[in-house]
Design a protein around this ligand. Structure first.
Ligand code: MGD
Ligand code: MGD
Ligand code: SF4
Ligand code: MO
Length: 702
């Protein structure tokens, strides 16, 4: 038996923890993974690991994971060869585009795309050739308001100031639960210790959340907010900062602050309190505490992004950091300077240059809001979507009114999925092309180094041999691109492997050939535990990509959105509102097929406050029906004093009990899909981002 130790970053979530993986060559079985542990020599993650990483071996060994191209013939799946598959795709898509136009082919790119560097570098090599405006992704059920606000304020959608958690004295968290999610748009391995370190140095952590989340439980202060009420709360905070003279000067060049001050003059804490359910005096005191801290940072995430005023929320987060002097300041919010810099190498983006066909929703960076995907398939007319390509995603479980999408997929002429599983979405595909598993592939994190709380970088080689006949995702895209170009007679530019692109990015970057670091793939090979490039530093002034290189505090479309905010009626106190929830043993819609993670008590029940149960004559543990405008599901209800009265919580990504899905363990514990309740018509009208939190529902005995 030969044992080998490998060091590698975990790709499963944004925390990019360093792992030590032991493989053993066994006489009859070949190479097996025999141990997965946190890597204590990784200076960034310091040995931190969560249960999902241990399940990397289960992904590797899962008999349900697809290992060769599969073609659906009726209800049966048949293995076919790669070349035959590529040619079939090229033929079907070329034909559909010829008959119905380029936009007749739609694309959905799911979350794991951004955790797979070959998908990042090469998916567009093929998808770009389709020249379709019907591009969709998980961005519009997630962080689109972050990008849009940064694009409008700083001139680039990826200039996202990151909370400087290791140096701040006061961290205000709204709509994020890093203890379960391990942090998001804040790559922060070992987050619990880092939050406790704030408290250890005499600082304070405040969490605003309609549920006393795992993060709220360790905070110094937790405030309930009515779901969807954060824009009001943040407006009350900003107004108080102005009104009570709690602002500080910034070194940044800023346009539009006076306009902001005027635009929100009437929106004081007292007026905002009924809209968010936070007492006015608490709003004012929070503003005073925030301003009094030497170094403070306001951090907002998923929970305030996926609501009706998500873009206003993220604009306000930026402004609160800005006017208190905490933007671009150590201990406040700082932009990273990554080794492969996507901000430097790309243009800022674009917004609303075209709109979706049926509902006129705006594009952002070439993508349309995914809430529009089903109607683009269902509503007849020129430009109707007739074919779909999904890449590493499961929109039937992940996007609003998933049932409607589920049904719409049946009406397509052709569907291709590039995925590892036959899941609730890909079961509809004509063809599924599965890539190698992550451990059979190299890894460089192009995305999350950009959002990290320190400047870090690492490259890791595959730790398992690529099986014979298998292809990496990027190779699948090259195969598809070549077949499509051949079919359509288009010219195809040459490409190079992802590793070579990263080498180029490293060498030409800030730490590359022209620096003392001399980073390249070769130098990174000498740093298997990752390389720390230092703490975040102020740099925003020199990196602004707005036309006049000044911060735009008052973008026109955002000020205009304040009118939409003002027009909304006061919330109905009797309305029951649904929010989501994440758990450290679950990962969106796809890690429910590993016994190691799903064993023990189920984690997909509906949480409800005992007073809300009593009011409906319901009891703890009972089966209930949950109804919204778009659908109804049945789940077990569990009482929880952590819930804000009037709010219920259900995690997304469940609902596996559907015909044809091939995920045995997941189907034995199916749960119900939260997105059978979320409403595709309910969105942040400015960005088109879906509302996934604050969905009105009724709960009754099943
Ligand atoms: N109600 C509600 N809905 C939500 C959310 C919520 O909080 N509440 N969260 C939203 C958010 S933030 C997101 S990001 C989305 C996520 O939703 P999706 O974008 O649908 O992503 P996943 O559910 O992670 O999709 C996983 C699929 O990717 C495949 N996969 C995994 N790794 C790879 C790989 O390397 N290559 C390929 N080709 N395939 C791979 C898996 O097999 C699986 O089928 O859900 C959103 N939906
Ligand atoms: N274990 C695990 N980790 C993950 C994922 C996973 O599925 N499982 N998914 C990954 C992905 S794709 C993402 S995008 C990140 C997301 O990472 P986070 O943004 O940290 O997401 P959540 O853990 O869903 O936390 C959102 C919080 O917002 C609260 N909330 C809901 N509605 C409102 C509201 O109206 N106002 C306020 N203030 N709060 C509200 C919820 O109660 C919840 O505590 O996590 C990533 N990490
Ligand atoms: S927190 Fe868990 S899933 Fe996320 S990177 Fe770390 S080990 Fe992997
Ligand atoms: Mo996400």
């Amino acid at each position: 038996m030969t044992k080998t130790l490998h060091h590698r970053a975990c790709h499963l979530c944004e925390a990019i923890c360093g792992l030590t993986i032991e493989t053993t060559v066994l006489p009859d079985e070949g190479t097996r993974i025999t141990s997965i542990k946190g890597d204590s020599l990784d200076s960034f993650s310091r040995g931190h690991i969560c249960p999902k990483a241990v399940a990397l071996q289960d992904i590797q060994n899962d008999p349900d994971r697809l290992r060769q191209p599969m073609r659906r013939v009726g209800e049966q799946w048949q293995a076919i060869g790669w070349q035959e598959a590529f040619e079939l795709v090229a033929e079907r898509l070329a034909d559909i585009q010829q008959r119905h136009g380029q936009n007749a082919v739609a694309v959905y790119q799911g979350n794991p795309s951004v955790h797979n560097y070959g998908l990042m570098t090469h998916s567009n090599y093929f998808l770009g050739q389709l020249k379709t405006r019907n591009r969709f992704s998980a961005t519009s059920v997630d962080q689109l308001p972050h990008h849009l606000s940064s694009f409008l304020i700083y001139g680039h959608g990826l200039l996202l100031p990151i909370a400087d958690i290791d140096h701040t004295d006061f961290m205000l968290i709204l709509g994020g639960n890093p203890l379960a999610s391990n942090g998001s748009i804040m790559t922060v391995p070992d987050v619990e210790k880092r939050l406790k370190a704030i408290q250890g140095r005499g600082g304070k952590v405040v969490v605003v959340d309609p549920r006393r989340s795992e993060t709220a439980a360790i905070a110094d202060q937790h405030m309930f907010v009515r779901p969807g009420g954060d824009a009001a709360l943040l407006l009350g905070l900003l107004n108080t900062l102005f009104e009570e003279g709690l602002t500080r000067v910034t070194h940044l060049p800023v346009d539009g602050l006076d306009e902001v001050r005027q635009a929100i003059a009437g929106l004081h804490a007292e007026a905002m309190s009924p809209r968010c359910g936070v007492p006015a005096e608490q709003i004012r005191q929070l503003a005073r505490d925030f301003a009094a801290a030497d170094k403070a940072v306001c951090y907002g995430r998923m929970g305030i992004s996926t609501q009706a005023f998500g873009t206003l929320c993220h604009w306000l987060v930026q402004l609160i950091n800005l006017v208190t002097g905490n933007l671009d300041r150590v201990g406040g919010a700082l932009c990273t300077q990554p080794a492969v810099d996507l901000v430097a190498s790309t243009s800022g983006g674009h917004f609303n240059l075209w709109q979706s066909r049926v509902s006129g929703l705006p594009e952002y960076a070439g993508e349309l809001p995914v809430s529009a995907l089903a109607e683009e398939m269902l509503v007849e007319g020129e430009g109707q979507v007739r074919a779909l390509i999904t890449v590493a995603g499961n929109p039937v479980l992940s996007t609003p009114n998933g049932r409607r999408l589920d049904q719409a997929l049946d009406g397509l002429e052709f569907m291709l999925s590039i995925d590892l599983y036959i899941n609730e979405t890909t079961r509809h595909a004509d063809l599924i092309l599965p890539s190698t598993s992550a451990l059979e592939n190299d890894h460089y994190d192009t995305t999350f180094n950009t959002f990290a709380v320190r400047n870090v970088t690492r490259f890791n080689r595959a730790i398992l041999e690529k099986p014979e006949g298998a292809l990496h995702d990027w190779e699948i895209f090259v195969g598809l691109a070549k077949a499509f170009a051949a079919k359509t007679g288009r010219e195809l530019k040459a490409t190079m492997p992802p590793a070579q692109m990263i080498d180029y990015g490293l060498r030409s970057g800030l730490y590359g050939d022209a620096s003392d670091w001399k980073l390249s793939l070769e130098t990174l090979a000498n740093h298997p535990h990752g390389l720390d490039l230092g703490a975040l530093q102020p740099n925003l002034a020199s990196r602004l990509k707005t036309a006049n290189k000044r911060v735009q505090a008052a973008p026109e479309v955002i000020l205009a959105d304040l009118a939409r905010f003002a027009a909304v009626a006061l919330p109905d106190a009797d309305e029951l509102l649904l929010i989501g929830r994440r758990h450290v043993r679950s990962n969106n819609s796809w890690m429910h097929n590993y016994h190691r993670l799903v064993k023990g008590k189920p984690r997909h029940q509906l949480l409800m406050h005992p007073a809300d149960l009593a009011r409906r004559g319901l009891v703890n543990g009972q089966q209930v029906s949950v109804t919204s405008r778009v659908g109804v599901i049945e789940v077990e209800v569990v009482e929880s004093l952590d819930m804000m009265p009037g709010v219920v919580s259900l995690p997304h990504g469940w609902g596996h009990g559907r015909a044809g899905v091939r995920m045995g363990i997941a189907q034995s514990q199916p749960g119900a899909s939260a997105n059978d309740l979320t409403d595709e018509r309910s969105m942040d009208a400015l960005s088109g981002n879906a509302v996934l939190n604050g969905v009105p529902v009724q709960v009754a005995a099943a």
